[in-house]
Ligand binder design. Structure first.
Ligand code: MTE
Ligand code: MO
Length: 220
């Protein structure tokens, strides 16, 4: 059964009035940091790690670890919301702001959408405009410490205003595109955009997300 179908089966947690508008509808607050992904946790030799930028750019660019670490560093503190119904408040991430990263690249005017690629064989699509917000990071640290392997070491994307499946871990490629294209979960019935406050969980009608799917997973 597809994940989206499986997740349809469960009940929705009641709205928690205590958190007012801060907690999106259908979400449960967690203090721990659940670990969710498909496949194996990659291991890297940092000397060989690279991030390739291609598509609607004047020139393809490949960044290595040092290249990214030498760019201006920014820390953000944001709430994150996973489509499996957990939210976590006040997460501190540090890394390179996407807009600072863009200054290193000649993005063509024709670029309207971005496909972000992560190991292994994961991708997710985001409108370029969304990545121009000032709290989008290519992050290397959480709470002032390097990301753990499970949470995306050495670098993950952080897009706090969309469901967390858009925040690609183990990021390896960024493709600028003229036309939109679907990424991994978007092809598997997840919503193309994914605004947690509008509950844009699925692209199919009549979907429910269980309150406990994530609680069966690992945390740290
Ligand atoms: N490369 C990669 N990135 C990924 C995923 C994945 O399977 N592979 N899963 C996504 C999903 S569905 C979620 S909810 C978040 C989970 O991040 P966390 O494990 O740090 O909580 O990572 C996202 N980024
Ligand atoms: Mo997820």
């Amino acid at each position: 059964m597809k994940k989206a179908d499986r997740l349809k089966k469960a009940k929705v947690p009641p709205r928690n009035e205590k958190y007012g508008d801060r907690l999106p509808p259908g979400q449960t607050l967690t203090k721990k940091f659940p670990i969710l992904h498909e496949g194996e946790v990659p291991e890297y030799d940092l000397d060989k790690w690279s991030l390739k930028v291609f598509g609607e750019v004047e020139q393809e660019v490949v960044f290595n670890y040092e290249d990214l670490m030498s760019l201006p560093q920014t820390t953000i503190v944001r709430d994150i919301h996973c489509v499996t119904r957990w939210s976590k408040f006040d997460n501190s991430f540090t890394g390179v702001k996407f807009t600072d990263f863009l200054k290193e690249i000649g993005v063509k005017d024709t670029a309207k959408y971005v496909m972000v690629y992560g190991d292994y064989d994961y991708d997710s699509n985001i409108p370029l405009e969304d990545l121009l917000k000032n709290d989008i990071l290519i992050a290397h640290s959480y709470d002032g410490k390097p990301l753990t392997p499970q949470h995306g070491y050495p670098f993950r994307l952080v897009v706090p205003h969309l469901y967390f499946w858009k925040s690609v871990k183990w990021i390896r490629g960024i493709e600028f595109m003229k036309e939109d294209r679907q990424g991994f979960w978007e092809r598997n019935d997840f919503h193309n955009y994914g605004d947690p406050f509008k509950e844009e969980r699925f692209s199919i009608e009549d979907a429910y997300m269980p309150e406990d799917e994530w609680q069966k997973k690992e945390y740290d």
